[in-house]
Design a protein around this ligand. Structure first.
Ligand SMILES: CCCCCCCCCCCCCCCC(=O)SCCNC(=O)CCNC(=O)[C@H](O)C(C)(C)COP(=O)(O)OP(=O)(O)OC[C@H]1O[C@@H](n2cnc3c(N)ncnc32)[C@H](O)[C@@H]1OP(=O)(O)O
Ligand SMILES: O=C(CO)COP(=O)(O)O
Length: 622
């Protein structure tokens, strides 16, 4: 764990393709019970002994930091110190995990059965696991997966159990704690529960941050959290949340631990379990409340096939190496470590940079399915053709193979099975997604979706909404491959709009587009020039442009690539224009984020009903 870190931070993340193995293969030939009762003997973290739940909670409550904040809150709220301490104890009781191996075994038994039913394969990169194995013994490890499905945290703990790696404790949204029986099972399987919007609750922030820091300092188990903060409804990466990231890094900033290892994990699904629910949420159907009853009702998903899943454990990132030259840790020596303090601008920038770097690593480690490429192409076909006439299958095949080559040229990791004829890959992909597209007489049609659970009488606009749901699923699956194309697409758009061939002018416009779309796509702060250079390199590599130190120009024969890329970005530009138009015309100058989201969705629905196909506007991150 030395040189690899340095290289990784500098070159921005690329590593060699690694081999994946299907971990379900052996599980299918052995009993669920023997799996659940297998010997579990992870190598412990070499610096510190294991730590019980009671001990962890005691250390948090007795910390100098919490004592100090408790006194402050008591004065501010005109309460006694004992009363505030009691409240802090209550918060910790609501929050704390109670990991027990017996419950992990119970979950192992259950999910061994569930996974074998849902998935044909779960592919894992063993080299990544070996690196993680090593890392857990050396430094506190933070597992940072992307978040697309409830399956994410289940599969990671399952893999840890299977390969004798310490089971992580996981930050979970508080609604999961409220599920009868299940909430407690999750707590005993390692979940610690955090409130969603903490706002200005000083005592809550203090308990949570001390709890997280103590887990990191003690390092007895990996800490897992979803830096995106929720399941991405659009299947596109979400801008990282910084609260927990900051808490996790603080012990390093303050010199309380020598180093911390961040481990990006990319989980890619052929078919996402919640695909239809997520599309309907984008259209404004409220998310069903997390409940045990809801979970039991959802068990019908077990009868369907969700294809394969890839879990790619990325390269461990050494915070110590990455922060070199970015943060002056001496400043932390000037104030007592146990006193609360506002993070400096330098620390905030460093936290944000690291969080973006991790999400970018997650993107680069994700596997792109043939379906994602097909969706990218189908979305460039007018919706009317897809719903009424159908799009010729042979043309879709031809174009998908063309796009596969482009994605590979751009460095994407493709999950395209070897040794299977391309036509078979395409048709089995379409079969897996027959809830979204159907092939009839050599043409592909968009299927019209039913709402997952109808709770109201049939509305006149339902037909339009059904098509929109299917189209939104195409959009979401297309989004899974966007990170591969987005930089070249920004450059293609800059070339098209500015009509310039001057490198400086193109760079300026490229940077402007990056600013506009900074919540839509993941760009590492301060790396605009590197992104531009990368876009030039990739477009040059595939023969779409000529570029030298002064000029960038379209190459003869480059138009097919350039116009595909422009078309890819167009729906985002149109959707943003729609939003800007709304803002210009809005009666109120001040809108909350929620009001704004509702208003834009309302406007997009109105446009949909008048026949304008603006379903992309439902699928914005921001
Ligand atoms: C074998 C098989 C086994 C199977 C075994 C199964 C295992 C089964 C386990 C289940 C496990 C489930 C797992 C579910 C998965 C999720 O539930 S994902 C959702 C939960 N996780 C997360 O959200 C993590 C990421 N989120 C964050 O980091 C967020 O920042 C937080 C910490 C939640 C806070 O969110 P927030 O309140 O929205 O706050 P945020 O926007 O970050 O900041 C708000 C303000 O507070 C300020 N602030 C930040 N930090 C502080 C601070 N320390 N003090 C004071 N103010 C602060 C900020 O500066 C900001 O100020 P402004 O800039 O607005 O002025
Ligand atoms: O993240 C969650 C648990 O996985 C729950 O929150 P969301 O439903 O907003 O994703």
């Amino acid at each position: 764990m030395t040189n690899t870190h340095k290289d990784f931070s500098q070159v921005g993340l690329k590593d060699e393709e690694e081999d994946f193995i299907d971990i379900l293969e052996d599980r299918r030939h052995s009993s669920d019970l023997s799996f659940a009762f297998r010997t579990f003997s992870p190598q412990p973290y070499k610096v510190a002994p294991p730590c019980s739940t009671a001990e962890l909670n005691r250390v948090v409550l007795e910390s100098q930091f919490l004592r100090y904040v408790t006194k402050e809150v008591a004065v501010e709220m005109d309460l006694s110190v004992e009363e505030v301490q009691e409240e802090a104890r209550g918060i910790l009781g609501e929050m704390s995990q109670n990991l027990q191996l017996g419950f992990i075994r119970l979950m192992a038994y259950t999910f061994n059965k569930v996974f074998k039913r849902l998935y044909s394969s779960i592919f894992v990169n063993m080299e990544g696991l070996n690196r993680l194995h090593q890392a857990t013994q050396e430094n506190p490890v933070i597992l940072m997966p992307n978040h697309r499905s409830y399956i994410d945290f289940l599969v990671i703990s399952y893999i840890m159990f299977l390969y004798d790696i310490p089971i992580p404790v996981i930050a979970a949204g508080i609604p999961l704690a409220g599920m009868k029986i299940v909430g407690e099972i999750l707590r005993r399987s390692g979940a610690f529960f955090i409130r969603r919007a903490i706002g200005s609750d000083k005592l809550y922030w203090a308990v949570l941050s001390e709890y997280v820091r103590t887990i990191v300092r003690k390092g007895f188990a990996p800490l897992e959290f979803f830096v995106e903060g929720f399941r991405s409804r659009t299947l596109k990466s979400v801008s990282p949340k910084l609260g927990m990231m900051h808490m996790v890094l603080e012990p390093f900033f303050k010199g309380e631990v020598f180093d911390i290892t961040l481990l990006p994990i990319s989980i890619s699904y052929d078919r996402v379990l919640e695909e239809s629910l997520l599309a309907h949420e984008l259209l404004g159907v409220p998310k069903p409340k997390e409940s045990t009853m809801g979970l039991l009702k959802a068990s019908r998903v077990l009868s369907e096939n969700y294809g394969c899943m890839h879990v790619n454990f990325g390269r461990p990132l050494s915070v110590r190496q990455l922060c070199e030259g970015r943060i002056n840790r001496c400043q932390y020596n000037l104030i007592p470590r146990d006193l609360p303090e506002k993070p400096t601008a330098e620390a905030q920038a460093c936290v944000s940079w690291l969080a973006h770097l991790v999400v970018r690593n997650q993107e680069q480690g994700s596997q792109i399915s043939p379906w994602s490429l097909m969706c990218g192409l189908l979305l460039q076909v007018p919706t009317r053709v897809l719903t009424e006439e159908g799009f010729p299958w042979h043309q879709l095949t031809e174009k998908t193979l063309w796009l596969r080559k482009l994605a590979l040229d751009f460095g994407g990791r493709l999950n395209w099975p070897d040794g299977v004829p391309d036509s078979d890959v395409m048709s089995s992909t379409a079969t897996l997604h027959r809830g979204i597209v159907q092939c009839k007489a050599g043409r592909v049609f968009l299927v019209q979706q039913d709402e997952p659970a109808r709770t109201h009488p049939v509305r006149p606009e339902e037909g339009v909404m059904k098509t929109a749901a299917a189209a939104l699923m195409l959009v979401s699956y297309r989004n899974q491959c966007l990170h591969v194309f987005v930089r070249p697409a920004l450059l293609a758009t800059a070339m098209h709009i500015t009509k310039s061939t001057q490198r400086d002018e193109l760079l300026a416009f490229f940077s402007f587009l990056q600013d506009v779309f900074s919540y839509e796509f993941i760009f590492i702060p301060g790396e605009s020039l590197q992104d531009f250079e990368e876009a030039c390199r990739l477009l040059k590599k595939c023969g779409a442009i000529h570029a030298n130190q002064q000029e960038v120009a379209a190459a003869q024969g480059g138009m097919e690539v350039l116009s595909f890329l422009q078309e890819l970005l167009k729906p985002f530009i149109h959707s943003y224009q729609l939003v800007f138009r709304y803002l210009c015309e809005a009666e109120s100058d001040i809108l909350t984020e929620k009001e704004f989201g509702l208003a834009v969705r309302g406007l997009a629905t109105k446009l949909l009903l008048t026949g304008k196909k603006c379903f992309h506007a439902f699928s914005l991150n921001s």
